[in-house]
Design a protein around this ligand. Structure first.
Ligand code: HEC
Length: 429
């Protein structure tokens, strides 16, 4: 109905900001494109949006904005940042007809954004112990800040909120757990605040509390599902900083919300990865495949595709025991700067014996503008910025904690924290 109306409007008169465009920009762009946020310019009010009308038309037509690399129809995700073809056409037409204001007095107002914690006062707030200085220019940085949690007893976490200290310079953030001391050692070896890495955090995390990207909303895990947070763990905040053209300083913090309802299911991660990577120089379509068969019935919560600068596209699907294929995600074109954790809406239940299949394509030709080498050189597997990866992380839960342990253990992940979870799984008494 809405679509039909829109088309009718497009056919009869030039679209205006007030009548047609403001609502689209407010919903899909303004959460990031407003003063003080991560995007480099504001798309509200009208005068700002008008200045950028040609770029708006171009970026939305190319699908580079809003940032969201998952192709619609391959998995249903929470908070999908997607414009409909009608909306993309509308923005183009608005630009072509002179980006008219219309009756500005009647234009929809931008949404009100919560200033404080979105979910109310957290149970535990952890701040970066020192501010990070980000130089005006230079490459993006992934900085890992180690924060001792001071947690005195094991808890389960139902939600996490990340609050950037300086949203202009924070591109996204991930929150890992470490109970091995490895992150502290990496921190001690790096002269800066925290330590630098590329891709992963540089150690094998004992858990994860989730991630944050601008414009997103904070959500609770489903009732009864929690993330295991072991006492004494360090929290490792991995923040992706993007230089803004002037020196910036950031001191971010996280708010942790313990589960409100009794937790019967824990969240675990499995990775489906191909380490055998050796991409010849000049190869523009290098394919890697990997798979993992779920030994137990599993509920899929989210999927995080991961490649480096030669990544081109990644596709994952589930092959059920009866042969049914279900698309899990198709990321194309891969955008290294917008690595996303895609949260399934609703979660996907997959029977035991389901095979998770992952395919990734990599471009090591000179045509790939992100290629770290010019002219191209052979590139092999590795964690470094000039290496390549083909990794897909699935966050899962199972009805019984034993099944989670079995599934994760079978995936080859040797995890010390699992021993403690095993204790939780034992019936009390
Ligand atoms: C999740 C945050 C976010 C949302 C939502 C978003 N942008 Fe952006 N936008 C950015 C950031 C950050 C940049 C800077 C470049 C980058 O980091 O990719 C940017 C850059 C741009 C640029 C510069 C050229 C380019 O393609 O990089 C344009 C134009 C743009 N955005 C338009 C839009 C429009 C139009 C929308 C809504 C339809 C939108 N953006 C939604 C964060 C966002």
């Amino acid at each position: 109905m809405v679509t039909l109306l829109c088309i009718a409007v497009l056919q009869t008169e030039a679209p205006t900001y007030a009548k047609n465009v403001a609502s689209v920009l407010n919903r899909s762009c303004v959460p990031c494109h407003r003063p003080g946020e991560s995007a480099p310019f504001s798309l509200t009010p009208y005068a700002e949006a008008k200045k950028w009308s040609s770029m708006i038309a171009l970026a939305t037509k190319r699908r580079s904005m809003p940032p969201w690399s998952a192709i619609p129809g391959h998995g249903n995700f929470e908070g999908a940042r997607v414009l409909s073809p009608t909306e993309i056409r509308l923005l183009e037409l608005w630009h072509q007809t002179g980006a008219k204001p219309g009756n500005l007095a009647a234009a929809p107002k931008p949404p009100r954004f919560t200033k404080g914690w979105q979910l109310g006062e957290p149970d535990l707030v952890l701040s970066m112990p020192e501010a990070v200085d980000v130089p005006a220019e230079g490459p993006d940085q992934l900085r890992n800040i180690v924060i001792p949690s001071g947690l005195l007893q094991d808890r389960t976490v139902g939600a996490l909120e990340f609050r950037p200290g300086n949203a202009r310079v924070v591109h996204h953030a991930l929150v890992f757990l470490d109970n091995s001391g490895a992150a502290r050692r990496l921190d001690a070896a790096d002269p800066g605040v925290g330590y630098l890495s590329f891709g992963g955090p540089g150690f094998f995390p004992s858990g994860s509390l989730g991630g944050w990207a601008p414009g997103g909303t904070t959500k609770w895990l489903p009732d009864g599902v929690g993330r295991y947070f072991q006492k004494g763990s360090d929290v490792v905040l991995q923040v992706h900083y993007h230089p803004t053209g002037r020196p910036e300083r950031d001191q971010s913090k996280i708010g942790i919300y313990f589960s409100r309802k009794p937790v019967t299911q824990l969240v675990g991660g499995i990775s489906v990865e191909n380490w055998q990577i050796a991409i010849p120089a000049g190869d523009s379509n290098y394919l890697r495949t990997s798979s993992y068969t779920l030994p137990r019935e599993t509920t899929l919560l989210s999927i995080t595709p991961h490649m480096h600068l030669l990544g081109k596209e990644m596709r994952a699907r589930a092959i059920l025991p009866d042969g049914t294929r279900r698309p899990l995600v198709w990321v194309k074109p891969w955008n290294f700067r917008w690595q996303e954790t895609y949260i399934y809406k609703p979660s996907l239940r997959l029977p035991a014996g389901t095979r998770l299949e992952v395919e990734s394509w990599h471009d090591n030709s000179a045509k790939n503008l992100n290629n770290p080498f010019s002219p191209p050189r052979p590139v092999v597997y590795g964690e470094g910025s000039n290496d390549e990866m083909s990794l897909c992380i699935f966050e899962i839960t199972t009805d019984r904690i034993e099944d989670l342990l079995f599934t994760i253990h079978d995936n080859g992940v040797q995890n010390r924290v699992m021993e403690r979870i095993r204790l939780l799984a034992k019936p009390k008494g």
